[in-house]
Design a protein around this ligand. Sequence first.
Ligand SMILES: Cc1cc2nc3c(=O)[nH]c(=O)nc-3n(C[C@H](O)[C@H](O)[C@H](O)COP(=O)(O)O)c2cc1C
Length: 130
Amino acid sequence: MAEAVAEEAKAVQGIEVEPSYYVEPETIGSFDAIIVGTPTYHHDTTVDIKRLFEEAASQNVALKGKIAAAFGSYGWSGEAPKLVLEIMKNRFEMQTSEPPLLIRYTPDQAGLEKCRDFGKRIAERLIHAT
Ligand SMILES: Cc1cc2nc3c(=O)[nH]c(=O)nc-3n(C[C@H](O)[C@H](O)[C@H](O)COP(=O)(O)O)c2cc1C
């Protein structure tokens, strides 16, 4: 999913994408937009994602006004991307792009196309915001 999101985002002129499996909290302040991919386990996001934002908050990493989006694979309830968007909106005052993109289990071709469209939409929003 992340690769498909990144693929079309970086196809937008003027956009650079840095896909990362793991990021240090202090580095996320250097991006203009943050797109988080998170699966839903036990109605929640992952410990790593929570820790990332907890540590960013404790280090006062400034994310205010930056564009935020979230996507994820899920099975039956799919809360995680919405929870992450709430953190980015309420705790960091980021401009969230709603709704999050949810794909049930593994994306098929149509699901991957939704991921590409999602990446393109966020990238275009960023271009128009700058
Ligand atoms: C232990 C476990 C707990 C899960 N809990 C949820 C859940 O609460 N809600 C949901 O929508 N899906 C749940 N799922 C399904 C996963 O979100 C789904 O399998 C998803 O595709 C996993 O993505 P990943 O392969 O990228 O980790 C759970 C799966 C497992 C194995």
